[in-house]
Design a binder for this molecule. Sequence first.
Ligand code: NIG
Ligand code: FE
Length: 417
Amino acid sequence: MMPIWIKHASQLVTMISSAPGPRTGSEMSELGIIEDGSLWIEDGKVIRAGTTEQLEQEFTERASEAEIIDAKGQLVTPGLVDPHTHVVYGGTREVEFEKRLEGASYMEIMNAGGGIHATSSMTREATEKELLEQTTKRLNSFLKHGVTTVEGKSGYGLNTETELKQLRVMKKLNETHPIDLIPTFMGAHAVPKEYKGREDEYVTHIIEDMIPKVAEENLARFNDVFCEKNVFTPEQSERILEAGKAYGLIPKIHADEIEPYKGAELAAKVGAISAEHLLKASDEGIHAMADSGTIACLLPATALYLREEAANARKMIDAGVPVAISTDCNPGSSPTTSMPLVMNLACILMRMTPAEALSAATINAAWAIGEEQNAGIIDAGRNADIVLWDVPSYQMLQYAFGVNHVKAVWKKGVRFV
Ligand code: NIG
Ligand code: FE
Protein backbone atom coordinates (compact mmCIF):
# COMPACT_ATOMS: atom_id res chain seq x y z
CA MET A 1 0.00 0.00 0.00
CA MET A 2 1.27 3.45 -0.94
CA PRO A 3 1.99 5.68 2.07
CA ILE A 4 -0.30 8.69 2.50
CA TRP A 5 1.09 12.07 3.47
CA ILE A 6 -1.49 14.61 4.66
CA LYS A 7 0.00 18.12 4.81
CA HIS A 8 -0.98 21.61 5.94
CA ALA A 9 -4.15 20.78 7.88
CA SER A 10 -5.24 24.03 9.49
CA GLN A 11 -6.03 21.98 12.60
CA LEU A 12 -4.92 18.41 13.21
CA VAL A 13 -6.90 17.26 16.25
CA THR A 14 -5.00 14.31 17.74
CA MET A 15 -6.82 13.93 21.10
CA ILE A 16 -3.43 13.15 22.64
CA SER A 17 -3.22 14.24 26.28
CA SER A 18 -1.63 13.06 29.48
CA ALA A 19 -4.97 11.83 30.89
CA PRO A 20 -4.60 8.11 31.60
CA GLY A 21 -8.27 7.16 31.24
CA PRO A 22 -11.53 8.47 29.85
CA ARG A 23 -11.48 12.26 29.89
CA THR A 24 -13.28 14.04 32.70
CA GLY A 25 -13.87 17.70 33.56
CA SER A 26 -11.43 20.09 31.91
CA GLU A 27 -9.57 17.14 30.28
CA MET A 28 -12.49 16.97 27.86
CA SER A 29 -11.30 20.29 26.40
CA GLU A 30 -7.74 19.06 25.72
CA LEU A 31 -7.77 18.15 22.05
CA GLY A 32 -4.04 17.91 21.34
CA ILE A 33 -4.34 20.28 18.39
CA ILE A 34 -1.45 20.73 15.96
CA GLU A 35 -1.72 23.76 13.68
CA ASP A 36 -0.45 23.36 10.12
CA GLY A 37 -0.58 19.68 10.93
CA SER A 38 0.75 16.75 8.99
CA LEU A 39 0.37 12.98 9.08
CA TRP A 40 2.36 10.13 7.57
CA ILE A 41 0.25 6.97 7.17
CA GLU A 42 1.67 3.61 6.16
CA ASP A 43 0.40 0.01 6.31
CA GLY A 44 -2.85 1.11 7.90
CA LYS A 45 -1.14 2.88 10.80
CA VAL A 46 -0.24 6.42 11.70
CA ILE A 47 3.56 6.55 11.59
CA ARG A 48 4.00 10.15 12.59
CA ALA A 49 1.79 13.12 13.50
CA GLY A 50 3.33 16.58 13.80
CA THR A 51 3.57 19.94 12.11
CA THR A 52 4.09 20.08 8.35
CA GLU A 53 7.50 21.59 9.02
CA GLN A 54 8.51 18.67 11.25
CA LEU A 55 7.32 16.05 8.79
CA GLU A 56 9.03 17.81 5.88
CA GLN A 57 12.31 17.41 7.72
CA GLU A 58 11.70 13.73 8.30
CA PHE A 59 9.87 12.53 5.19
CA THR A 60 10.82 14.72 2.22
CA GLU A 61 13.21 12.05 0.95
CA ARG A 62 10.30 9.63 0.70
CA ALA A 63 7.77 12.10 -0.74
CA SER A 64 7.79 10.52 -4.21
CA GLU A 65 6.57 7.19 -2.75
CA ALA A 66 3.51 8.74 -1.11
CA GLU A 67 0.10 9.96 -2.11
CA ILE A 68 0.14 13.57 -0.97
CA ILE A 69 -3.06 15.17 0.31
CA ASP A 70 -3.09 18.95 0.59
CA ALA A 71 -5.34 19.69 3.58
CA LYS A 72 -4.89 23.46 3.50
CA GLY A 73 -7.83 25.20 5.16
CA GLN A 74 -9.19 21.86 6.35
CA LEU A 75 -9.61 20.01 9.63
CA VAL A 76 -8.30 16.52 10.40
CA THR A 77 -9.70 14.47 13.30
CA PRO A 78 -9.70 10.85 14.40
CA GLY A 79 -12.50 8.80 12.85
CA LEU A 80 -15.59 9.34 14.97
CA VAL A 81 -16.71 6.52 17.26
CA ASP A 82 -20.38 5.74 17.82
CA PRO A 83 -20.59 3.84 21.13
CA HIS A 84 -24.32 2.98 21.18
CA THR A 85 -26.45 1.78 18.27
CA HIS A 86 -29.20 -0.67 17.45
CA VAL A 87 -28.04 -0.75 13.86
CA VAL A 88 -29.09 -4.32 12.96
CA TYR A 89 -32.87 -4.44 12.48
CA GLY A 90 -35.59 -5.38 10.06
CA GLY A 91 -38.20 -2.95 8.71
CA THR A 92 -38.87 0.68 9.62
CA ARG A 93 -41.36 2.56 11.82
CA GLU A 94 -42.27 5.77 9.99
CA VAL A 95 -45.94 5.15 10.81
CA GLU A 96 -45.15 5.51 14.53
CA PHE A 97 -43.31 8.72 13.86
CA GLU A 98 -46.55 10.22 12.59
CA LYS A 99 -48.50 8.79 15.55
CA ARG A 100 -46.07 10.42 17.94
CA LEU A 101 -46.40 13.74 16.14
CA GLU A 102 -50.14 13.45 16.71
CA GLY A 103 -49.50 13.06 20.45
CA ALA A 104 -48.94 9.37 21.25
CA SER A 105 -45.96 8.78 23.55
CA TYR A 106 -43.07 6.39 22.88
CA MET A 107 -44.03 4.16 25.83
CA GLU A 108 -47.75 4.16 24.93
CA ILE A 109 -46.89 2.87 21.49
CA MET A 110 -44.53 0.24 22.92
CA ASN A 111 -46.99 -0.92 25.59
CA ALA A 112 -49.66 -1.28 22.89
CA GLY A 113 -47.43 -3.78 21.08
CA GLY A 114 -45.66 -1.36 18.72
CA GLY A 115 -42.24 0.18 19.17
CA ILE A 116 -39.54 -2.34 19.95
CA HIS A 117 -42.13 -5.14 19.57
CA ALA A 118 -42.90 -4.05 16.00
CA THR A 119 -39.21 -4.08 15.07
CA SER A 120 -38.84 -7.41 16.86
CA SER A 121 -41.49 -9.00 14.61
CA MET A 122 -39.84 -7.57 11.49
CA THR A 123 -36.38 -8.68 12.64
CA ARG A 124 -37.58 -12.20 13.42
CA GLU A 125 -39.00 -12.40 9.90
CA ALA A 126 -35.92 -11.02 8.15
CA THR A 127 -33.33 -13.43 6.78
CA GLU A 128 -29.66 -13.03 7.68
CA LYS A 129 -29.05 -11.91 4.12
CA GLU A 130 -31.69 -9.18 4.37
CA LEU A 131 -30.31 -7.95 7.68
CA LEU A 132 -26.81 -7.92 6.23
CA GLU A 133 -27.92 -5.86 3.24
CA GLN A 134 -29.93 -3.35 5.23
CA THR A 135 -27.27 -2.91 7.88
CA THR A 136 -24.52 -2.54 5.28
CA LYS A 137 -26.40 0.47 3.88
CA ARG A 138 -26.56 2.05 7.31
CA LEU A 139 -22.88 1.36 7.98
CA ASN A 140 -22.03 2.97 4.63
CA SER A 141 -23.94 6.02 5.77
CA PHE A 142 -22.02 6.08 9.07
CA LEU A 143 -18.78 6.01 7.12
CA LYS A 144 -19.93 8.91 4.93
CA HIS A 145 -20.51 10.86 8.12
CA GLY A 146 -16.99 10.28 9.37
CA VAL A 147 -17.67 7.33 11.70
CA THR A 148 -15.14 4.49 11.61
CA THR A 149 -16.07 2.44 14.71
CA VAL A 150 -19.61 1.55 15.79
CA GLU A 151 -21.05 -0.40 18.70
CA GLY A 152 -24.11 -2.47 17.79
CA LYS A 153 -26.70 -4.18 19.98
CA SER A 154 -28.92 -7.17 19.51
CA GLY A 155 -32.29 -6.84 21.23
CA TYR A 156 -34.80 -7.08 18.40
CA GLY A 157 -34.90 -10.84 18.57
CA LEU A 158 -36.15 -11.31 22.11
CA ASN A 159 -35.84 -15.02 21.48
CA THR A 160 -32.61 -17.00 21.46
CA GLU A 161 -32.65 -17.77 17.76
CA THR A 162 -33.09 -14.19 16.57
CA GLU A 163 -30.77 -12.65 19.17
CA LEU A 164 -28.05 -15.00 17.92
CA LYS A 165 -29.01 -14.16 14.33
CA GLN A 166 -28.48 -10.45 14.95
CA LEU A 167 -25.13 -11.06 16.61
CA ARG A 168 -23.97 -13.37 13.83
CA VAL A 169 -24.90 -10.69 11.31
CA MET A 170 -22.63 -8.30 13.22
CA LYS A 171 -19.83 -10.84 13.17
CA LYS A 172 -20.25 -11.22 9.40
CA LEU A 173 -20.31 -7.43 8.93
CA ASN A 174 -17.03 -7.20 10.77
CA GLU A 175 -15.54 -9.41 8.09
CA THR A 176 -17.17 -7.66 5.13
CA HIS A 177 -17.43 -3.98 6.08
CA PRO A 178 -14.55 -1.58 6.84
CA ILE A 179 -16.22 -0.23 9.98
CA ASP A 180 -15.27 -2.03 13.20
CA LEU A 181 -18.54 -3.15 14.74
CA ILE A 182 -18.35 -3.90 18.47
CA PRO A 183 -21.14 -6.28 19.53
CA THR A 184 -23.41 -5.99 22.57
CA PHE A 185 -25.99 -8.56 23.61
CA MET A 186 -29.28 -6.93 24.61
CA GLY A 187 -31.79 -9.72 25.06
CA ALA A 188 -33.23 -7.51 27.81
CA HIS A 189 -34.41 -4.79 25.43
CA ALA A 190 -38.10 -5.58 26.04
CA VAL A 191 -40.21 -8.42 27.40
CA PRO A 192 -41.50 -10.23 24.30
CA LYS A 193 -45.27 -10.57 23.85
CA GLU A 194 -45.18 -14.34 24.46
CA TYR A 195 -43.82 -13.69 28.00
CA LYS A 196 -46.35 -10.98 28.92
CA GLY A 197 -47.23 -11.38 32.60
CA ARG A 198 -44.29 -13.79 33.06
CA GLU A 199 -41.52 -11.19 33.06
CA ASP A 200 -39.35 -13.00 35.61
CA GLU A 201 -39.50 -16.15 33.50
CA TYR A 202 -38.13 -14.17 30.55
CA VAL A 203 -35.33 -12.87 32.77
CA THR A 204 -34.52 -16.46 33.73
CA HIS A 205 -34.61 -17.46 30.07
CA ILE A 206 -32.10 -14.71 29.23
CA ILE A 207 -29.84 -15.85 32.05
CA GLU A 208 -30.07 -19.60 31.55
CA ASP A 209 -30.39 -19.89 27.78
CA MET A 210 -29.35 -16.77 25.90
CA ILE A 211 -26.29 -15.58 27.81
CA PRO A 212 -24.53 -18.97 27.86
CA LYS A 213 -25.09 -19.38 24.10
CA VAL A 214 -23.89 -15.86 23.30
CA ALA A 215 -20.79 -16.49 25.39
CA GLU A 216 -20.18 -19.93 23.94
CA GLU A 217 -20.06 -18.51 20.39
CA ASN A 218 -18.13 -15.49 21.65
CA LEU A 219 -20.62 -13.19 19.95
CA ALA A 220 -20.64 -10.18 22.29
CA ARG A 221 -18.38 -8.03 24.43
CA PHE A 222 -21.12 -6.27 26.43
CA ASN A 223 -24.48 -7.04 28.02
CA ASP A 224 -27.05 -4.24 28.00
CA VAL A 225 -30.47 -3.94 29.71
CA PHE A 226 -33.35 -1.49 29.21
CA CYS A 227 -33.90 -0.67 32.90
CA GLU A 228 -37.12 1.34 32.73
CA LYS A 229 -40.55 1.38 34.33
CA ASN A 230 -42.75 -1.24 32.60
CA VAL A 231 -39.70 -2.81 30.96
CA PHE A 232 -37.07 -4.30 33.33
CA THR A 233 -36.93 -3.34 37.03
CA PRO A 234 -33.59 -2.49 38.66
CA GLU A 235 -33.70 -5.89 40.40
CA GLN A 236 -34.28 -7.80 37.16
CA SER A 237 -31.64 -5.68 35.44
CA GLU A 238 -29.13 -6.47 38.16
CA ARG A 239 -29.79 -10.21 37.88
CA ILE A 240 -29.21 -10.11 34.13
CA LEU A 241 -26.07 -7.97 34.33
CA GLU A 242 -24.53 -10.05 37.13
CA ALA A 243 -25.27 -13.25 35.20
CA GLY A 244 -23.53 -11.75 32.14
CA LYS A 245 -20.50 -10.84 34.22
CA ALA A 246 -20.06 -14.48 35.16
CA TYR A 247 -19.68 -15.18 31.42
CA GLY A 248 -17.29 -12.28 30.84
CA LEU A 249 -19.89 -9.89 29.41
CA ILE A 250 -19.31 -6.33 30.57
CA PRO A 251 -22.44 -4.48 31.77
CA LYS A 252 -24.06 -1.49 30.09
CA ILE A 253 -27.46 -0.04 31.06
CA HIS A 254 -30.16 2.00 29.31
CA ALA A 255 -30.83 4.01 32.46
CA ASP A 256 -33.27 6.69 33.59
CA GLU A 257 -34.42 7.48 30.06
CA ILE A 258 -38.14 8.12 30.45
CA GLU A 259 -38.61 8.03 34.24
CA PRO A 260 -36.19 8.34 37.16
CA TYR A 261 -35.60 4.70 38.13
CA LYS A 262 -32.24 4.60 39.94
CA GLY A 263 -30.58 3.29 36.79
CA ALA A 264 -27.48 5.44 37.22
CA GLU A 265 -27.09 4.10 40.78
CA LEU A 266 -27.37 0.55 39.46
CA ALA A 267 -24.80 1.24 36.73
CA ALA A 268 -22.33 2.28 39.43
CA LYS A 269 -23.25 -0.66 41.65
CA VAL A 270 -22.67 -3.35 39.02
CA GLY A 271 -19.56 -1.57 37.69
CA ALA A 272 -21.05 -0.87 34.25
CA ILE A 273 -18.59 0.50 31.72
CA SER A 274 -21.26 2.97 30.63
CA ALA A 275 -24.81 4.05 31.35
CA GLU A 276 -26.93 5.28 28.46
CA HIS A 277 -29.53 8.07 28.07
CA LEU A 278 -29.66 9.34 31.72
CA LEU A 279 -32.23 12.06 30.95
CA LYS A 280 -33.77 11.62 34.40
CA ALA A 281 -30.68 10.51 36.35
CA SER A 282 -30.65 11.60 40.01
CA ASP A 283 -27.86 13.63 41.58
CA GLU A 284 -26.97 10.62 43.76
CA GLY A 285 -26.77 8.46 40.67
CA ILE A 286 -24.52 10.94 38.89
CA HIS A 287 -22.14 11.09 41.86
CA ALA A 288 -22.13 7.32 42.16
CA MET A 289 -21.16 7.11 38.49
CA ALA A 290 -18.33 9.59 39.04
CA ASP A 291 -17.04 7.38 41.88
CA SER A 292 -17.26 4.16 39.88
CA GLY A 293 -15.78 5.73 36.72
CA THR A 294 -18.86 4.76 34.70
CA ILE A 295 -19.06 6.67 31.42
CA ALA A 296 -22.26 8.58 30.69
CA CYS A 297 -23.25 7.82 27.11
CA LEU A 298 -25.60 10.65 26.17
CA LEU A 299 -27.97 10.56 23.22
CA PRO A 300 -29.21 14.05 22.39
CA ALA A 301 -30.65 13.04 19.00
CA THR A 302 -32.99 10.64 20.83
CA ALA A 303 -34.06 13.36 23.26
CA LEU A 304 -34.79 15.65 20.32
CA TYR A 305 -36.64 12.96 18.39
CA LEU A 306 -38.80 12.07 21.40
CA ARG A 307 -39.22 15.76 22.22
CA GLU A 308 -37.77 15.21 25.70
CA GLU A 309 -35.41 17.47 27.57
CA ALA A 310 -31.87 16.24 26.93
CA ALA A 311 -29.63 14.88 29.70
CA ASN A 312 -27.85 17.31 31.99
CA ALA A 313 -24.37 16.94 30.53
CA ARG A 314 -23.05 20.01 32.36
CA LYS A 315 -23.94 18.54 35.74
CA MET A 316 -22.26 15.26 34.81
CA ILE A 317 -19.08 16.88 33.51
CA ASP A 318 -18.92 19.10 36.61
CA ALA A 319 -19.35 16.02 38.83
CA GLY A 320 -16.39 14.32 37.13
CA VAL A 321 -18.32 11.80 35.06
CA PRO A 322 -16.65 11.06 31.70
CA VAL A 323 -19.18 11.84 28.96
CA ALA A 324 -19.49 10.14 25.57
CA ILE A 325 -22.15 10.83 22.93
CA SER A 326 -23.82 8.60 20.38
CA THR A 327 -26.53 8.45 17.71
CA ASP A 328 -28.47 5.60 19.39
CA CYS A 329 -29.20 4.73 15.72
CA ASN A 330 -32.43 2.71 15.84
CA PRO A 331 -35.72 2.58 13.91
CA GLY A 332 -37.87 4.09 16.67
CA SER A 333 -36.32 6.81 18.77
CA SER A 334 -33.38 7.92 16.63
CA PRO A 335 -33.23 6.85 12.99
CA THR A 336 -30.00 8.68 12.21
CA THR A 337 -26.43 7.75 11.36
CA SER A 338 -25.03 11.25 11.73
CA MET A 339 -22.51 11.64 14.54
CA PRO A 340 -21.75 15.19 13.34
CA LEU A 341 -25.41 16.04 13.97
CA VAL A 342 -25.12 14.45 17.42
CA MET A 343 -22.08 16.64 18.17
CA ASN A 344 -24.05 19.71 17.08
CA LEU A 345 -26.96 18.66 19.29
CA ALA A 346 -24.64 17.99 22.23
CA CYS A 347 -23.70 21.66 22.00
CA ILE A 348 -27.16 23.05 21.28
CA LEU A 349 -29.30 20.93 23.59
CA MET A 350 -26.82 20.02 26.35
CA ARG A 351 -24.55 23.08 26.33
CA MET A 352 -21.43 21.01 25.85
CA THR A 353 -18.62 23.04 24.36
CA PRO A 354 -17.48 22.23 20.80
CA ALA A 355 -14.28 20.76 22.27
CA GLU A 356 -16.15 18.60 24.80
CA ALA A 357 -18.48 17.32 22.08
CA LEU A 358 -15.49 16.22 19.99
CA SER A 359 -13.87 14.42 22.95
CA ALA A 360 -17.21 12.74 23.65
CA ALA A 361 -17.46 11.50 20.04
CA THR A 362 -13.90 10.21 19.80
CA ILE A 363 -11.71 9.28 22.75
CA ASN A 364 -14.46 8.93 25.39
CA ALA A 365 -16.68 7.05 22.94
CA ALA A 366 -13.78 4.65 22.33
CA TRP A 367 -13.34 4.11 26.08
CA ALA A 368 -17.08 3.44 26.42
CA ILE A 369 -16.73 0.37 24.19
CA GLY A 370 -13.29 -0.81 25.24
CA GLU A 371 -11.69 0.39 21.98
CA GLU A 372 -9.40 3.02 23.48
CA GLN A 373 -6.31 1.21 22.14
CA ASN A 374 -7.72 1.13 18.61
CA ALA A 375 -9.82 4.21 18.02
CA GLY A 376 -10.60 7.80 18.96
CA ILE A 377 -7.04 9.15 18.84
CA ILE A 378 -4.39 10.00 16.24
CA ASP A 379 -1.01 8.84 17.46
CA ALA A 380 2.04 7.04 16.13
CA GLY A 381 1.41 3.29 16.02
CA ARG A 382 -2.38 3.58 16.13
CA ASN A 383 -4.85 2.63 13.42
CA ALA A 384 -5.05 5.29 10.72
CA ASP A 385 -8.77 5.98 11.18
CA ILE A 386 -8.82 9.54 9.92
CA VAL A 387 -11.39 12.09 8.76
CA LEU A 388 -10.68 15.14 6.63
CA TRP A 389 -13.38 17.81 7.01
CA ASP A 390 -14.03 20.69 4.65
CA VAL A 391 -13.95 23.25 7.46
CA PRO A 392 -10.89 24.98 8.90
CA SER A 393 -11.52 24.21 12.58
CA TYR A 394 -13.39 21.97 15.00
CA GLN A 395 -15.28 25.06 16.12
CA MET A 396 -16.66 25.44 12.58
CA LEU A 397 -17.56 21.75 12.52
CA GLN A 398 -19.76 22.14 15.58
CA TYR A 399 -21.15 25.51 14.51
CA ALA A 400 -22.32 24.93 10.93
CA PHE A 401 -24.92 22.25 11.67
CA GLY A 402 -27.11 19.97 9.58
CA VAL A 403 -24.49 19.82 6.82
CA ASN A 404 -22.13 16.95 6.08
CA HIS A 405 -18.64 18.49 6.06
CA VAL A 406 -16.83 15.18 5.43
CA LYS A 407 -14.31 15.41 2.61
CA ALA A 408 -12.43 12.11 3.03
CA VAL A 409 -12.43 9.11 5.38
CA TRP A 410 -9.65 6.56 5.84
CA LYS A 411 -10.23 3.37 7.81
CA LYS A 412 -6.99 1.61 8.76
CA GLY A 413 -5.25 3.66 6.10
CA VAL A 414 -7.64 2.82 3.26
CA ARG A 415 -9.74 5.60 1.79
CA PHE A 416 -13.47 4.82 1.57
CA VAL A 417 -15.02 8.28 1.16
O1 NIG B 1 -32.08 3.39 23.16
N1 NIG B 1 -34.81 2.89 24.87
C1 NIG B 1 -34.72 1.78 24.40
N2 NIG B 1 -34.13 1.38 23.27
C2 NIG B 1 -33.81 2.19 22.17
C3 NIG B 1 -34.97 2.39 21.25
C4 NIG B 1 -35.28 1.17 20.47
C5 NIG B 1 -36.46 1.30 19.58
O2 NIG B 1 -37.37 2.12 19.78
O3 NIG B 1 -36.49 0.50 18.63
C6 NIG B 1 -33.18 3.48 22.62
O4 NIG B 1 -33.73 4.58 22.46
FE1 FE C 1 -30.41 2.59 22.78
